[in-house]
Design a protein around this ligand. Structure first.
Ligand SMILES: Cc1ncc(COP(=O)(O)O)c(C=O)c1O
Length: 437
């Protein structure tokens, strides 16, 4: 039995990730990097996907093809390459719009990533709508990308940033959210859809509906959700939804700011320069329409095309299948790690979380754990994962995080569990067993 009283799976024979079993080897072949070895010749076991996933050949090829065949700056040239580049760049936007079920491609702004998207909202919507004494409401589970821009807004405007604490089970109950909204009457409620540490998946639609009862504007950080579950911005009904390309098999340096058309229309541009204007005179400027208004300068053209290829790749496999596969891996990892004396899994039980398992080993620093696992070829992340307030609330300085994606196998999970078991035994020899919390 695990510490939760659950039946431990037989990790040698557990058949649960059957959904992928026929195709997994094929998918793995799509990712050239997975065939390399690390450390002293160990096959790579890449379990750092919440930080960045790897790229399939289809994405690498789409980017190379762009640079080899049609790259030119968009929206500016009256020549063949520029027209082709523009057409493909806008096609990528349309694909993203379909992917998140936006009402129109105008609602899709390409930017550098989740961080850039949230900063854009804080600078543009925030500066225009927030004043002294107003409240921005967050959860304690936010990534620094969804905390610091609001602290900066508070520095500029005198607004307050308040946090909803974590519930006992490492989730946050709807009642807590309702109470916080009633208490703080925030102008903005900005929250993460899936925690990058706990793995907890929060009920986006329900929380947006609660926020609406208090007329709060809502931003959803979908950085860890978009790679694994269907993001339907119309069903979610948030004003803003943001995510990064590199966590969904796409290139680094591109991300998405979705905003409701009305909302984006009403916002002033944040960055000024070329491409975002309709007209410039010596006395002023007139901004372009959507979405160009928010895309000053030369955009990440090949990256947008790479992101489109990534979206097509994961969509062809099916987000539901990917999520089911990860959930199965997560369940085995979670139960296996909870079953090791001296190991604590941080986060709720597997049915409440996506493909993320964070843990601590009593008496062993997370950096040492990650280093030791690396010698076995296993890449995990160690540290505070850009969530210092969450770690403080948990009473921890750092955690070790294993995070799964579509190409991970059950064997890799078994190897993680075995390596952690060995590591624990090495650092806590028999006779010096520590108390299990
Ligand atoms: C939940 C969450 N939000 C925001 C970010 C920031 O994403 P990026 O670094 O791509 O801007 C991350 C990255 O790990 C994340 O996990």
């Amino acid at each position: 039995m695990t510490s939760n009283g659950e039946q431990m799976p037989d990790i040698a024979t557990d058949p649960r990730p059957v959904d992928f079993s026929g195709d997994l080897a094929k998918y793995r072949e799509d990712f050239p990097i997975l065939s390399r070895s690390v450390s002293s010749g160990e096959p790579l076991i890449f379990l750092d996907n919440a930080a960045s996933t790897q790229r399939p050949r289809a994405v690498i090829d789409a980017i190379s093809h762009c640079y080899e065949h049609y790259y030119a700056n968009v929206h500016r040239g009256i020549h063949t390459l520029s027209e082709e580049s523009t057409q493909r760049y806008e096609q990528a936007r349309a694909t993203v719009a379909d992917f998140v079920h936006a009402a129109s491609p105008k609602e899709i702004v390409f930017c550098a990533g989740t961080t850039a998207a949230i900063n854009t909202v804080a600078r543009s919507w925030g500066d225009a709508n927030i004043g002294a004494g107003d409240v921005i409401l967050l959860t304690i589970a936010e990534h620094h990308a969804n905390i610091v821009p609001w602290h900066q807004l508070a520095e500029r405007t005198g607004c307050k940033v308040e946090f909803i604490p974590l519930g006992e089970d490492h989730t946050i109950a709807d009642e807590q959210v309702a109470e916080a909204l009633a208490r703080w009457q925030p102008k903005l409620f900005s929250f993460v859809a899936t925690s990058n540490v706990l793995g907890t998946e929060f009920p986006v639609e329900r929380w947006v509906a609660l926020a609406r009862q208090h007329n709060a504007t809502v931003l959803v950080d979908a950085a860890q959700a978009a790679p694994h579950e269907k993001v339907d911005v119309q069903a979610w009904d948030a004003d803003f939804v943001v995510f990064s390309g590199h966590k969904i098999c796409g290139p680094g340096g591109i991300g998405v700011l979705y905003g409701k058309e009305q909302q984006l229309e009403s916002m002033p541009p944040f960055l000024g320069g070329g491409a975002m204007i309709h007209r410039v005179t010596t006395s002023g400027y007139e901004p372009a329409g959507l979405p160009e208004k928010f895309e000053a300068g030369t955009p990440p053209i090949a990256d947008a095309i790479g992101l489109e290829a990534a979206i097509n790749y994961v969509s062809d496999i099916g987000l539901e299948r990917i999520a089911a596969h990860e959930r199965a891996l997560c369940q085995v990892a979670d139960s296996g790690l909870r079953g090791i004396d001296g190991v604590r899994v941080i986060g709720p039980t597997p049915e409440l979380k996506g493909g993320i398992v964070s843990f601590v080993i009593d008496g062993v620093h997370s950096h040492d754990i990650a280093h030791q696992l690396d010698t076995a070829g296993i890449a995990v992340r160690a540290g505070h994962h850009c969530t210092m307030p969450l770690h403080k609330a948990l009473g921890l300085n750092s955690t070790t995080r294993a995070s799964f994606y579509l190409y991970n196998t059950i064997d890799e999970v078994h190897q993680l569990i075995e390596s952690v078991r060995e590591l624990r035994a090495k650092f806590a020899p028999s006779g010096r067993r520590r108390r299990r919390r």
